[in-house]
Write a protein that binds this ligand. Structure first.
Ligand code: NAP
Length: 194
């Protein structure tokens, strides 16, 4: 992966991760189960879908000895979560954005602001969305089963959006999550990310 992009982020553990990753879980069987810190086999520990409320519970628990290196959360212009990203950063937790293209069949790609930036830059809507995430300081994990799209999603070196365009995308009026928690037995999201 690192051969495909020079853009990296440094975690609170000192480890460097590529800013554009593959949107797939890449561990083998039992790797997670055995990857506890005492074994020395886990380089970094991350959480996912932790809002501020749940992060506070985690970080304030007497049993918590390690601050997660990463919080993987839904991040795209319809769900930019500025409060949560700022909270992550304030605790030294790197944010990773999932559904960073708005997920499959997203209406986001037709957004007039995004389309205007596509016309201006000559980049695809996916590349603009990915760079919007990178320039906001988080890593992105676009998922694709299409080889040409995977290559295009990594092809971001030397491409920067104008600051005003990053802000315009962050300010889109439509706000919604692709992944809610209505299907879960417990509530996970408390609307504390905006
Ligand atoms: N932690 C969590 O709770 C959580 C929740 C949701 C997702 N995730 C992770 O995040 C990853 C990505 O999220 P996601 O799958 O919801 O959404 P996504 O990456 O925003 O969107 C994936 C969709 O975009 C298409 N696509 C990818 N690159 C494209 C390109 N260059 N041009 C046009 N279309 C493109 C893909 O099509 P093709 O595949 O057909 O090319 C697929 O339909 C997933 O793999 C998953 O592991 C995590």
């Amino acid at each position: 992966m690192t051969e495909w992009t020079k853009k990296t982020a440094t975690l609170n553990t000192g480890a460097k991760i590529p800013l554009v990753g593959l949107g797939t879980w890449q561990s083998g069987p039992n790797e997670v189960k055995h990857a506890i810190p005492a074994t020395g086999r886990a380089k970094n520990i991350g959480v996912s879908n932790f809002g501020i409320k749940n992060l506070e519970i985690l970080l304030n628990a007497p049993t918590t000895t390690i601050v997660p290196a990463v919080n993987q959360i839904e991040l795209h212009p319809n769900n930019p979560s500025p409060k949560l990203v700022a909270y992550n950063t304030s605790k030294g937790i790197h944010s990773t954005g999932y559904s960073c293209l708005g997920s499959t069949g997203s209406p986001l790609h037709k957004d007039p602001v995004l389309q205007e930036i596509v016309q201006k830059t000559g980049r695809t809507s996916s590349q603009v969305l990915l760079n919007w995430g990178l320039q906001n300081g988080w890593s992105v994990i676009p998922k694709s089963v299409t080889p040409a799209r995977i290559v295009a999603n990594f092809d971001l070196d030397g491409f920067d959006l104008e600051k005003g365009d990053v802000e315009r995308l962050s300010g889109l009026k439509d706000r919604f999550k692709v992944c809610g928690d209505s299907w879960l037995p417990v509530k996970v999201f408390f609307g504390d990310d905006e």
